[in-house]
Design a protein around this ligand. Structure first.
Ligand SMILES: [Zn+2]
Length: 324
């Protein structure tokens, strides 16, 4: 690890494999902490080891994983194939947080495109509906009439089937937009990411290169899974300060970003918990992960053991052998 930032490598609470993203593990850690205070004879470390908490790096509970760019791109491509040219017959809003969009009834979908993590549905009269899945949203297509899935917030009925907007935590947003080009987020890594852009934005930053990749105002749609994988692919230590990355390394990061995200799109995303595509199927990029959630296993490139640390509060997986 490079110095400059202070990642915690298996120290303090992370010694117990505790990751804030897993609430069950955190809770267990806190409970055993209290028991150890009340009963001084209680061997917490032995107890946690016995029930497999220290040995296992896996979260104890299902954690929600926000859809990242490859997942949104997957949905967008499937929407293009499924609903382009179809007429919107009916709109059923089941969540009072969502706006009324009845004026779209009877309109034909002329185009589906993506701007960052937003999906834009353009209709034949020029109206545009922008959909953002946020934390836990997903879209599901059904051609035959079946039961309404749990947590459905909105149903759009088209000539050939229905689109369910599902979101257990109700963060998903829809809104009408006037202009499809009015997008102000970070650069799209699948379309126009260049090493020069990365170097120009990264040079003034003293924080780690991993935090830089996660900054949505710089690059749209990279989350924890893909940031770990991109930096492993590029052979760069995630804790290295962005200002100390050389031009050659920015070239490698730009190439690795396109390669890793492109492959993830081809796999229809990564299903480590709840992600399902437009047809309800799991993605398959989880089978190609090289470091994410592989702490303790050998690196597929150099054979060294993959480690885990915390960077900016996020569980970060990396290979100490080939990421420098
Ligand atoms: Zn390695």
């Amino acid at each position: 690890m490079t110095t400059g930032t202070s990642p915690r490598l298996f120290t303090g609470s992370s010694f117990y494999g505790f990751d804030k993203s897993c609430k069950c593990r955190y809770l267990l850690y806190r409970i055993t902490d209290k028991i150890a205070i009340l009963f001084p004879g209680f061997q917490r470390k032995q107890f946690l080891n016995k029930i497999g908490i220290i040995r296992s790096q896996k979260p104890l509970c299902t954690e929600w994983k926000m859809p990242e760019l490859p997942e949104v791109e997957t949905l967008c491509r499937q929407l293009v194939k499924t609903i382009t040219g179809q007429t919107l017959l009916d709109i059923l809003v089941l969540d009072s947080k969502l706006p009324e969009i009845t004026e779209l009834t009877g309109r034909r979908v002329s185009r589906v495109e993506r701007r960052g993590k937003k999906i834009l549905l353009s209709f034949d009269d020029g109206q545009i509906l922008a959909v953002h899945l946020r934390m836990t949203g997903r879209l599901l297509w059904q051609e035959e009439v079946k039961e309404i899935p749990q947590y459905t917030r909105l149903i759009l009925t088209f000539t050939a089937g229905r689109v369910f907007f599902i979101d257990p935590r109700r963060f998903l947003t829809i809104q009408k937009e006037r202009d499809s080009s009015s997008y102000h987020g970070g650069v799209d890594p699948l379309q126009n990411l260049t090493p020069e852009y990365l170097a120009a934005r990264g040079r003034p930053r003293k924080g780690s290169v991993k935090s830089f990749l996660l900054d949505q105002s710089v690059i749209a749609g990279i989350g924890n899974i893909y940031a770990c994988e991109i930096l492993h692919h590029a052979g760069i230590d995630p804790a290295r300060p962005a200002c100390r990355i050389t031009d050659a390394q920015w070239h490698r990061i730009a190439l690795s970003t396109k390669e890793v995200l492109g492959r993830a799109v081809a796999c229809r995303g990564t299903t480590v918990s709840d992600w399902r595509d437009f047809h309800g199927r799991k993605g398959s990029f989880q089978h190609e992960l090289r470091v994410y959630r592989r702490a303790g296993l050998p690196c597929p490139r150099c054979g060294k053991i993959v480690a885990r640390c915390l960077i900016a509060g996020r569980g970060t997986y990396f290979c100490p052998g080939c990421q420098v």
